[in-house]
Design a protein around this ligand. Sequence first.
Ligand code: FAQ
Length: 315
Amino acid sequence: MLVQDMEQIFQDKIDREIKIEPKDWMPEAYRKTNLRQISQHAHSEVVGMLPEGNWISRAPSLKRKAILLAKIQDEGGHGLYLYSAAETLGFSRDEMINDLLSGKAKYSSIFNYPSLSWADMGAVGWLVDGAAILNQVMLCRTSYGPYARAMVRICKEESFHQRQGFDALLVLSRGSKEQKAMCQDAINRWWWPSLMMFGPKDSESTNSDQSMKWKIKRKTNDELRQQFVDMIAEQIKTLGMVLPDPALKWNEARKHYDFGAINWEEFWNVVKGNGPCNKQRLAARNKAHDEGDWVREAAKQYAEKKRNRAKEQAA
Ligand code: FAQ
């Protein structure tokens, strides 16, 4: 069969909402873009554990510590499902992790910002997980089967994450003058980087057009960003705080909030590795990987021992 015919059959399947599975024929570019996006997503979950891990030992109560620990463990789990989904596209987890550790692979810009106070744990849960959910709800319907199925479970856990973040901020917003100030400061610092999580504006997004045609993405970066602004602009009223954007205003004609200009120079600077914590994050991941070497070695030896024993028994 001609490649054009195969491509036509493939696109028909996508148009009829039939999921693409690992053993199905797919264009090489479809495989590559899924591998790129899913592995970046996995790396984001794993690096995303670091800003919060910083606060486990300093959480203000046993209850908050237990919640934060559970959330961070969930993120590690999300990374693992996503690496498994990406592996179905013919690239091993070891290779993906090497690309992360060497600095070759991208991960979300947001995790290159520091978490300076306890209120940051609330802001990360509310804003960062909030942005992640909007994007990931769309991905539950993505065209690649293993990715879509991984996202269903991830989304359930992410909604708990967002609720816990909002709850932590709500307590601070009703607390002392200092707690209120800490809450506002965290919102001020995390707001703009959260908007950047959705990626460059549509006119600058190199992958969006093709990813929309292949239904890998179902909404564009700007559509999701607007949805996020509309959601947060309402939720913040409950906190009695403000978003750090004087241009934020309800637009009756558009039925959306207008918002100010994003600093794209800052975004690209972070993506290129020059954000406030890029070097620190990669150093922490590399250190953890090196320190885990003995575990990988022990697992390998154990597997070999089991294989040899099975061979002996079969003989
Ligand atoms: N950071 O053409 P587009 C989470 C890159 S998970 C860094 O628009 P695309 C959970 C992009 O890769 C958060 N790089 O790209 C959690 C591309 O470069 P490339 C992660 C970015 O793929 C919460 C170039 O710019 N979520 O938070 C970013 O169509 C709390 C051009 O961009 C996902 O990964 C960025 N923000 O759309 C964990 C969701 N944005 O690869 C712990 C899945 C863009 O061609 C604590 N991913 N770039 O060299 C996606 O939906 C998409 O990949 C987008 C970007 C929307 C992120």
